[in-house]
Design a protein around this ligand. Structure first.
Ligand SMILES: *Cc1c(COP(=O)(O)O)cnc(C)c1O
Length: 379
């Protein structure tokens, strides 16, 4: 089936008791046994829930994996992925990953005997140079947030395969609609479903999709053992959101490229970071590896003072963290999403106060452009 057909139908079957076309919210904690020791296959709702299973099957198909598990947040999903390594192991990480991921690695997992090296994974030589005898995993985010650096997934995945390392890709920004890391040879895909997959800014969730049987078994075991599961209601919301993923992503991409071109041509903007623009240093890789650039754009204003004036006049673009919803959100990463990154690292990465990140929504693009014009006129 095609991607749009899968987005609507994969994992979804009419409910056997009523014929309900849409998957019900199975709001139950437990299930009746047929006889002692003989369940229907459903025993307890932390372990298995039909609404969650429908979502997991849908995500499995969309990413082209062997199995999928849904979690209570993107961070819970990433935490589960990190149980594929153990104390004493070393992980190579893309150097400007999502702030919460960095915080989990640097301030939680490091205390449990894992070590991390952050490198610019856009250059394969950096990844190779960072490998040590105890390296077990390479963790990529592409494009990175918010600097929009791409990593060649096929190249890193091939290196990992040759060295027996686990390759992980956070695919939150582009979704399987525009980028399918498992097809490119990666072992694990992780998502914050909070963003584009749910798409309506009304649920927090995460998912892990796996290519290899031994990883799938481990993640399922950890999902049940740790218990950071996605609730039935949130599973239903994400499943509902996924039905329009291809429609929404097309709209985000169309609006995103128009906004990126507008910003690039504006005298108040110093630089635009958007892989869909020919000016992006990795535009060729974007064309090769992705089927669209979506709605995430970062841009530098002329100064941090200009940024101080830019946000005030905005009326449509909401000043908020998060991204990937149908409404346009805008933020200053240095003081918001990436405030937990140490000042020195922020400077190194180019995360200055002049940097603005916008998650372009599905509104009429003329209204988004007019709002940005208001901000830029004041900046
Ligand atoms: C939001 C986000 C996360 C964390 O997900 P939560 O659902 O907020 O826990 C991880 N990675 C990326 C790229 C994100 O944008």
């Amino acid at each position: 089936m095609g991607f749009a057909t899968d987005a609507i139908h994969a994992g979804v079957r009419p409910d056997p008791t009523s014929g309900s076309v849409m998957t019900p919210i199975y709001q139950t904690s437990t299930y009746v046994y047929e006889s002692p020791g003989k369940s229907t296959g459903y025993d307890y709702a932390r372990t298995i829930n039909p609404t969650r299973s429908a979502l997991e099957e849908n995500l499995r198909v969309l990413e082209g994996g062997r199995a999928a598990s849904a979690f209570a947040s993107g961070m819970a999903a990433i935490s589960a992925v990190m149980t594929l390594v153990k104390a004493g192991d070393h992980v190579v990480v893309s150097h400007n990953v999502y702030g919460g991921t960095y915080r989990l690695f640097a301030r939680v997992l490091q205390d449990y005997g894992l070590s991390f090296t952050y490198v610019d994974t856009s250059k394969i030589g950096n990844v190779e140079a960072a490998l040590r005898p105890d390296t077990r995993m390479v963790y990529l985010e592409t494009p990175t947030n918010p600097i929009m650096i791409l990593t060649d997934i096929a190249q890193v995945a091939a290196l990992c395969r040759a060295r027996g390392l686990i390759s992980v890709v956070d695919n939150t920004f582009l979704t399987p609609c525009f980028q399918r890391p498992l097809d490119l040879g990666a072992d694990v895909v992780v998502h914050s479903t909070t963003k584009y997959l749910n798409g309506h800014s009304d649920s927090v969730g995460g998912a892990v999709i796996l290519a290899r049987a031994e990883h799938a078994e481990r993640i399922q075991f950890v999902q049940n053992s740790v218990g950071a599961i996605l609730s039935p209601f949130d599973s239903w919301l994400v499943l509902r959101g996924l039905k329009t993923l291809p429609l929404r992503m097309r709209a985000h991409d169309l609006n995103g490229s128009k906004v990126a071109r507008f910003l690039e041509g504006h005298p108040g903007v110093a630089r635009v970071l958007y892989p869909g623009l020919p000016s992006h240093p990795q535009h060729d890789l974007a064309l090769r590896q992705t089927r669209g650039s979506g709605g995430m754009i970062s841009f530098y204003l002329k100064s941090s003072e200009a940024a101080g004036r830019f946000f005030k006049p905005l009326r449509l673009c909401a000043l908020a963290e998060s991204l990937g919803g149908i409404e346009t959100l805008i933020c200053q990463p240095s003081t918001m999403t990436h405030a937990s990154v140490p000042q020195e690292d922020r400077q190194k990465l180019g995360l200055t106060d002049a940097l603005v990140r916008i998650s372009v929504g599905c509104e009429d693009v003329e209204d988004i452009l007019a709002d940005l014009e208001r901000g830029l006129a004041a900046s």
